[in-house]
Structures are given as C-alpha cells and as structure tokens.
Design a protein. Structure first.
Length: 271
C-alpha cells in the first residue's frame, strides 16, 4: 500500500471513527491492473458509508511474495486498529509456473504421498500428488502465519479468507489498452503439456485442485477463532471469465454481492 493510499485511509478513519476498518491483503482479485472493477472495488462500493477499506494488494503475488508484506501487516493491524482483515492468497500458487510443478503426464511415475483413498482417474494420471500435498502444507502454514500475526498484534480483528472460483483453462489471455498490455495464459499450456486434451478434462482437474485448496481453508477456519471463509468456487459462470483466472465485471459483481456481502454483514454485526 503506497503512502498516499495509507494517508487517505487514515483521514477517512478520523472523519468516521466509528466505522469498521477493513484491510485487504492479497493479489489481483483485490487489485486488477488497468480495470475499473475488481473484488476490492466491488466490496468498497457495496459497503460505501458503512466501512472504510485499505487495500494492500498487488497483481500476480504468490504467497512467497505476499509474505514480504508481513512486516507491514504487523505494523498496520495495531497502529490502524483494523477490525477486519480480508486475505486473498494462494491463487497464484496453483496457477502459472507453480501449476507446472504439480502436473505430470500419465506415463510418468506417481508418488501418492499421504493420499490413500481412491481419487479420480484424471487426478491419479496428471497430478504429482506428493508434491502437491507438500505445497498445500506450506500454503496452509503461511495462512496460519497471517492468523498468528492477527492473534499477536490485533486480537479483536476478524479474518476473512476465500476460495477462488473454478477457473476457465481455455488459454485466453488478459489484454488491456487495446492489446498493449498482455498477461497469461496461466493454465492451458501447462495442462496441455501434461497430456490433457479436452476443455472438460482441464476444467475437471482444476476443480479438484481448487477443492483441495478450499479444504485447507476450511481446516484453518475450524481451528482458529474469528476466522471466516467465503466459498466462491461456484460463483462464476462460464461466460463470466475475462481470461483464465479473472472474472468479468459481472463475475466480480456476483461474487461480491452474493458470496462476500452476506459473510461481511455477519462479520460487521459481530464487531
């Protein structure tokens, strides 16, 4: 969060000291480059006049990069008297170059790690199960570190986590400014390299990965107090993707209105 944004937030808290103070920590779902609509902007609009939002989000952040913000989070939670911490983290750890680490071709050997129960055939054939499980362990530990920072430096603060919507691995790139800015694709090239041919199979495999990620978030919410989870896995329709991993304006509007707003209303009511 740059100095100007921080000062705007502080001025807003002086103007309306009784309003809930919300701190967004995350990735492109909270700050989508060169687009007027993202999840943070949607939430800020829905709760205009009812909450004050600070946004510490950078597009493309992996969890390793986001951890560099932990010192700032440690300082901001207490000094700014944050009431609600929204965390968008982990999406870039199961997409892009990271995704390639978890995938394999069917003829490559499999190490199932701790997975003992039968899994869908497509998962058995194309996911390096032990590698993926180890990565999810690390990701879960990193989320726990965020919660531990909350516990130590701003115990009354409530934490809201979220799962990402099932993505659309069709190879569509993100384009802005008439094609001057381009990013992606993040998913299809790695899935094709692993031998997946149809869009249906690519979507099925990504759904399994997102479900595993969601299960880790559920575990965190269950074992930590005042941690809430927004389940937006099924929030975005196939026609509501602007690229492989970012919804259209309509998709973000649906996620914010139908999935985040009810959770945040409950969280705000408990302050």
């Amino acid at each position: 969060m740059n100095a100007q944004a921080l000062q705007r937030f502080i001025r807003a808290t002086y103007k309306d000291p009784a309003l809930p103070r919300v701190y967004c920590l995350g990735d492109s779902w909270f700050q989508l480059p060169l687009k007027p609509v993202d999840l943070h902007k949607q939430l800020r609009g829905l709760f205009a006049g009812d909450a004050i939002f600070a946004n510490n989000a950078v597009p493309g952040r992996t969890t390793a990069e986001l951890k560099q913000q932990f010192p700032a989070l440690t300082q901001h939670l207490g000094a700014l008297e944050i009431d609600v911490l929204l965390v968008s983290m982990g999406g870039n750890d199961i997409a892009g170059h990271e995704l390639a680490e978890y995938l394999k071709r069917p003829d490559e050997p499999q190490n199932r790690g701790p997975y003992t129960a039968p899994l869908p055939a497509i998962v058995e054939s194309h996911v390096r199960l032990a590698t993926f499980h180890s990565a999810m362990n690390t990701l879960e530990e990193d989320f726990q570190r965020v919660i531990d920072i909350r516990d130590k430096f701003r115990r009354p603060c409530k934490v809201v986590l979220h799962s990402y919507a099932y993505p659309m691995p069709n190879g569509r790139r993100a384009t802005r400014l008439g094609g001057i800015f381009k990013a992606g694709p993040w998913l299809k090239p790695h899935l094709v390299a692993a031998g997946l041919k149809t869009l249906a199979d690519k979507k099925a495999l990504m759904r399994w990965l997102v479900d595993e990620f969601h299960a880790r978030l559920e575990r965190l919410a269950q074992r930590n107090s005042e941690v809430f989870l927004v389940d937006s896995r099924r929030a975005v329709q196939d026609s509501e993707w602007s690229d492989e991993i970012h919804p259209t304006d309509a998709g973000y509007e649906r996620i914010a209105r139908d999935y985040w707003q009810p959770v945040l209303m409950r969280v705000f009511a408990g302050l």
